[in-house]
Design a protein around this ligand. Structure first.
Ligand code: AMP
Length: 221
């Protein structure tokens, strides 16, 4: 498929990261996950990582200018003409406005925004069962996507951990943060005619099929 530039929107645990990985791998596009970018900054001990840490641990959002800088810098590192999926960014209306401005300057535009919808109880259940590879960030779920060998990543053999912010207490704050600060983006992108919703309660393969239909249609538009 020709290169597409997409935004994946949705609460934590709604499957947007898993689907971004699948779609990017299938098409040779790049997944730009804001959460992974910040976790990398923290691992490296950079100033951005130090600034972001307190917010991430509390389940609140890092300041708009910090994350916007990180994400536009990531876009600038891509070879020209690359397809990409913004996964977890933007998460506030000011971030979306800065992204619009930044993309315009670079003569790029978003082709479609996919909104992943899932009920709160299911979100909490999925997140507390989520495990992540320390080395390659691949994601598993103890119930419906377990690793072949317990505690080990299928892809690289790395150790699987529970993210500190995937503990139940922090998840509740992350969900509240999503509703207060990120949910308004549904309206923002609907008004621009870019938004399509998927029902994330179906299995990963069924969600993938829904996403593919949306992305195909965006290509024809
Ligand atoms: P995630 O892996 O997408 O759930 O992100 C983990 C944490 O990183 C979030 O709880 C926020 O603290 C921070 N974060 C990720 N993306 C953003 C963003 N677009 N704006 C602000 N904070 C973010």
């Amino acid at each position: 498929m020709p290169a597409r530039r997409l935004i994946f929107l949705g609460p934590p645990g709604s499957g947007k990261g898993t689907q971004a990985t699948r779609l990017a791998e299938r098409n040779g596009w790049v997944q730009l996950s804001s959460g992974d970018a910040l976790r990398r900054e923290r691992k490296e001990g950079s100033e951005i990582g130090r600034k972001a840490a307190q917010y991430m641990d509390a389940g609140t959002l890092v300041p708009d200018d910090v994350i916007t800088g990180v994400m536009l810098a990531a876009v600038d590192k891509l070879p020209s003409g690359s397809g990409f999926i913004l996964d977890g960014f933007p998460r506030t209306v000011p971030q979306a406005q800065s992204l619009d401005g930044g993309l315009k300057q670079r003569k790029l535009r978003i082709d479609a925004v996919v909104d992943f919808r899932l009920a709160d109880e299911e979100i909490v259940r999925r997140i507390v069962e989520r495990r992540v590879c320390q080395s390659c960030q691949a994601t598993y779920n103890l119930s419906f996507l377990p690793p072949r060998v317990p505690g080990k990543c299928d892809k690289c053999g790395g150790g699987l951990i529970q993210r500190p912010d995937d503990h139940r207490e922090v998840v509740v704050t992350r969900l509240e943060t999503y509703k207060a600060q990120t949910a308004p983006l549904v309206e923002y992108y609907s008004q621009r005619g870019l938004l399509s919703a998927v029902d994330s309660s179906t299995g990963a393969d069924a969600v993938e099929a829904q996403v593919s239909r949306i992305v195909d249609a965006a290509g024809r538009g």
